[in-house]
Design a protein around this ligand. Structure first.
Ligand SMILES: O=C(O)CCC(=O)C(=O)O
Ligand SMILES: [Fe+2]
Length: 383
């Protein structure tokens, strides 16, 4: 059974947190300036809803680093067990929370600021830059392999960029561990890794999609790229994350389709064995669980710095990473227009393997019918 891999909705995430305790352990918001959804340890719990009956204390007489009014307002969100505590204990609890989420508190500090905006010449290998610059099918094909229809592999990232990004990921991991903050994991199937968009890389990754993935997709996945000049624009949003495999991390990844029209997957390293991707053909929703034809099977071994680009509906999974640590940067690129149009279509023969075969059969049947008709007519005229 092919799973649909998707992003965790923040509402789902909060719900699962709430299930553990009536007080929320999740604070949802832009608290570190990066839009990270976090939930802190239970010592830092606030209630989801204010207790409107509670009469808060007054903090005006105290010299505090925040406006006393803030404490008065926040008090209604304290866990019920604290509401009747002394003013001092309430104050202590609230100050801890505010300090934790203040800009100077436990905010994550980027290690390598140069990763947060697009510096194409520092990020990409020259062959890739040239192909993008030339922007023709020929230039793209000159740097790519297509080991199976609709799957393209090519060198993309410089080794130094991979190293810096790996260090940045380690920095995020360390921050998560030190602050005991819970972050949104990349999707419903990966339990490790991080959503880079949430850590300040959204603008850079958006550029990666717009200026690099979109031109290639226009050529190789024309059905998902609509042209802005004729009113529709597509591949307009993205979800950018890293996945991590190895000991004490995810080991493998089940068979699935991505919540994306086009997926860019780049291996960042480091040393590892296993972790091959396996592909089993592109399918529309209706045919997602149909059999694989021999020619649709492909196993691909990741190489650091090398990208694999495929349709999100190309069924795939990842084999166990048996040794070492593997980290991949993944950019799910989405088209709202394509999704909308798909609702009104039934034939996806331009990309679904089964729709394609069914169409061929229909065409062959109609050719045979015409032939038969012609032969019949010829027979009648010569008799
Ligand atoms: O582990 C990989 O390289 C593939 C990950 C993947 O398919 C995904 O995150 O959607
Ligand atoms: Fe995937």
């Amino acid at each position: 059974m092919v799973k649909k891999k998707s992003t965790k909705k923040s509402s789902e995430y909060l719900k699962s947190e709430e299930d553990q305790s009536p007080a929320i352990t999740a604070v949802n918001g832009n608290i570190n300036g990066n839009g990270v959804t976090l939930s802190s340890t239970p010592t830092f719990c606030l209630s989801l809803n204010p207790n409107k009956e509670h009469k808060p204390d007054n903090y005006d007489d105290l010299a505090l680093e925040y406006d006393p009014m803030l404490f008065t307002c926040l008090e209604r969100y304290l866990p019920p067990s604290l509401l009747s505590s002394s003013r001092d204990s309430k104050l202590h609890f609230m100050r801890d929370i505010l300090l934790k989420y203040s800009p100077e508190g436990e905010r994550i500090r980027p290690l390598h600021k140069e990763l947060y905006s697009m510096h194409a010449t520092n990020f990409f290998v020259p062959s890739f830059l040239k192909a993008i610059h030339d922007n023709t099918e020929e230039s793209f094909r000159s740097i790519m392999s297509e080991p199976a229809p609709g799957i393209f592999t090519f060198d993309i990232l410089q080794p130094q960029f991979c190293d810096l990004l790996l260090k940045e990921v380690e920095n995020i991991e360390k921050w998560v561990c030190d602050t005991k903050c819970k972050i949104m994991r990349p999707n419903t199937m990966n339990n490790y890794g991080a959503v880079l968009d949430d850590f300040g890389m959204e603008t850079m990754l958006h550029k990666l999609m717009e200026d690099f993935v979109r031109p290639i997709s226009k050529v190789f996945f024309p059905e998902v790229v609509f042209y802005p000049e004729v009113g529709g624009s597509s591949l307009i949003s993205h979800h950018g994350f890293v996945v991590q495999y190895g000991i004490h991390k995810d080991i493998d990844l089940g068979f699935h389709v991505d919540d994306a029209e086009v997926t860019l997957n780049v291996c960042l390293g480091q040393e590892f064995s296993g972790g091959e991707l396996f592909f089993r053909g592109v399918r529309c929703e209706k045919h997602v669980n149909t059999e694989t034809q021999a020619e649709e099977s492909l196993d691909y071994s990741h190489v650091p710095g090398r990208a694999i680009l495929h349709r999100g509906r190309h069924r795939h999974g990842a084999r166990a990473t048996t040794q070492g640590r593997r980290v991949n940067l993944i950019l799910w690129c989405r088209s709202a227009v394509f999704r909308e149009l798909k609702k009104y279509q039934t034939d996806f023969s331009s990309w679904c393997g089964v729709c394609q075969r069914e169409k061929k059969v229909r065409q062959q049947l109609s050719i045979s019918a015409v032939k038969e008709e012609l032969l019949k007519k010829e027979g009648e005229s010569t008799s």
